[in-house]
Design a protein around this ligand. Structure first.
Ligand SMILES: [Fe+2]
Ligand SMILES: [Fe+2]
Length: 189
């Protein structure tokens, strides 16, 4: 929610941050529902991936909320009802959603923040965009191995607590997106 004291330069950026906060909050809730569905279908590896991505989206939402408050506005989101289908459909839904964020939403928000030289918003949007690329890749790979039975066993994913970068293998030293030290990564299964 915007208040009366916000400058014109920040107004569009805050509006975009609010849209990103709302979007990430909804994707977080959606992936949690998809994880429950995947577990119920015996696809525990897919459930692990949805839980990991859900945690990453929560990190993005928290980062956006922090900046929204810092810029003098209130971070509010409306969580929509979630209709979980079968896990193959949910994986495809997730892949399409990630592509939207990568190809359309974040590039547009990033351009606007650059135009107003809002460096903190630029950093938020750029890091989230890069992290969503890791999700799009992981969802695409999960779809490719769906028939082979690879998604049955639960597995670990490694999440950067600062930017939401998500990997199926440990990193050498630091997050490739934001340089957070590897010891600070979260393990989600
Ligand atoms: Fe994502
Ligand atoms: Fe990171």
């Amino acid at each position: 929610m915007l208040n009366g004291s916000i400058s014109i330069e920040n107004e569009v950026t805050i509006r975009n941050l609010l849209a990103a906060f709302d979007g990430e909050s909804n994707v977080h809730a959606k992936y949690q529902a998809f994880a429950i569905k995947a577990d119920a279908e015996g696809l525990h590896g897919a459930a692990s991936l949805f839980r990991a991505a859900a945690r990453a989206e929560q990190i993005h939402a928290d980062n956006h909320a922090q900046l929204i408050r810092h810029l003098g506005a209130e971070a509010t989101a409306t969580i929509h009802p979630i209709h979980a289908k079968s896990t193959p459909d949910n994986l495809n839904d997730a892949r399409v959603g990630e592509r939207y964020e990568i190809d359309s939403m974040y590039p547009e928000f990033l351009r606007e923040a650059k135009g107003h030289n809002n460096t903190e918003a630029m950093l938020n949007f750029a890091r989230a965009l890069d992290a969503e690329k890791t999700h799009a890749r992981l969802f695409s790979e999960a779809i490719a191995v769906l028939e082979s039975g690879w998604l049955i066993a639960a597995r670990n994913y490694y999440i950067c607590g600062a930017c939401g970068y998500t990997s199926e293998t440990p990193e050498a030293e630091r997050c490739p997106i934001c340089s957070l030290r590897w010891e600070k990564f979260e393990v989600i299964r």
